[in-house]
Design a protein around this ligand. Structure first.
Ligand SMILES: [Zn+2]
Length: 397
């Protein structure tokens, strides 16, 4: 058991980063270490484990045993508790120029208790271009002890100037067997449920864990997969769109509301809430501007989380119609939704492969619209109508 056990189905990446960590120790000893460099770009589809890879690598750099997995350092890094490993989660709230400047200053500081100061930037693709430009300078002329680990879905998602200044490591979508084994070994999940969750997640480890351990997540997914069987007329399509959005909004609130409350409590504390002589009226006055900014940031986090939840539902629908296509072509491929075999056969028999192709296109189109900030209800309503009648767009064009 080492720190690398947390990284699932990424043997090549683990080996490369282990070599780099070993060479990092050589460099600190004044020797040659070509496998190590000071700036890395870790790419991989959502859920493939790129943040986990970055965390493992960070731990391997700051642990004196190269990532033993057991020591206090290896325990602290994954939970954000090591002073020399800074994890910037841009998915939380927006990340602008001022934050980037603060980060660059922090990165230039000498490490506290280890040879390296590691900065992990999750979702580097979500930083503003201005923020990236601030970081570029620091990446180009780094302090000798600083290591940058930038994570993004793919090379295309980050500026070329970043790509050219970093060493690129790509994580593949992990295999179903690897994910199922992880669910059994790390979370003690029953083998049958682990197999189901690994398949249903379509290679997304976090999603697989949720489906394996959270009944609510399974119930939500079942609701989504039932949608195509209830689109008998236009009102039913609109109702399905509204229900899906309502469920996504409810789940997004469950994720965001506690985070929002924590942020606000910290802000109040920083303005002296609870200390003697700080009245409510004075607090409200002092906090007015930063509180407004925080509320605005929370609104954008909620909007983004709702879109993420809707997108997850659309990925589930994609899996369902891929299964239909697999049945229509009689392809020897394991169905994502094996347990729905009879319903999938029913959909396959009542439509042509061309219909299914159009339905898959419609889902992909709706996902692209969500990314392009189209109002979710509008894109979901037109999607449901197209799932009911896949030729409607051709007919109306
Ligand atoms: Zn260790």
């Amino acid at each position: 058991m080492t720190i690398w056990s947390a990284l699932v189905g990424q043997d090549a990446v683990a080996t490369q980063l282990q070599h780099a960590a070993r060479d990092a120790q050589r460099i600190r000893a004044g020797e040659h270490g070509p496998a190590m460099t000071h700036a890395w770009l870790l790419t991989g589809p959502p859920g493939s484990g790129r943040s986990t890879a970055a965390t493992c690598f960070a731990a391997a750099l700051v642990c004196s045993a190269g990532g033993c997995g057991d020591c206090a350092v290896c325990q602290a890094v994954p939970i954000g508790g090591h002073p020399d490993v800074e994890v910037v989660a841009t998915s939380e709230l927006s990340y602008g120029v001022d934050d980037a400047r603060a980060l660059v200053v922090a990165a230039s500081m000498s490490p506290v208790s280890s040879p390296w100061h590691v900065i992990v930037v999750e979702d580097a693709d979500r930083m503003t271009d201005q923020a990236v430009n601030v970081l570029l300078k620091a990446i180009e002329e780094p302090a000798p002890h600083t290591v940058w680990l930038l994570c993004a879905p793919s090379v295309e998602d980050v500026l070329p100037t970043i790509v050219s200044r970093t060493r690129h490591v790509h994580l593949a979508t992990p295999g179903i067997t690897d994910i199922a084994e992880l669910l059994v070994s790390a979370y003690g999940v029953d083998l049958a449920i682990a197999g189901f969750a690994a398949r249903a997640s379509q290679g997304h480890i976090g999603r697989a864990r949720a489906l394996a351990t959270d009944e609510h997540a399974r119930a939500r997914r079942n609701d989504v997969l039932r949608i195509p069987f209830h689109l008998q007329d236009i009102p039913a399509c609109f109702a399905a769109a509204a229900d899906l959005l309502a469920a996504a909004t409810e789940d997004a609130h469950a994720i965001c509301d506690p985070l929002d409350a924590g942020d606000m409590a910290r802000l109040e504390q920083s303005f002296g809430a609870g200390s003697q002589g700080v009245t409510k009226a004075r607090l409200d006055k002092l906090m007015s501007a930063p509180a407004k900014a925080l509320v605005k940031a929370h609104k954008s986090r909620l909007t983004r989380t709702i879109r993420d939840q809707v997108d997850r539902a659309l990925v589930d629908l994609l899996g369902l119609f891929r299964d239909v296509l697999v049945s229509q072509f009689d392809a020897p491929v394991t169905l994502v939704n094996q347990e729905m075999h009879p319903q999938i056969a029913q959909l396959a028999a009542s439509s042509t492969a061309a219909d299914t192709g159009r339905r898959l296109d419609a889902i992909a189109h709706a996902r692209a619209q969500l990314r392009a900030d189209v109002t979710p209800l509008v894109s979901l309503e037109s999607l449901m109508v197209e799932l009911k009648d896949p030729w409607i767009r051709a007919a109306s064009a």
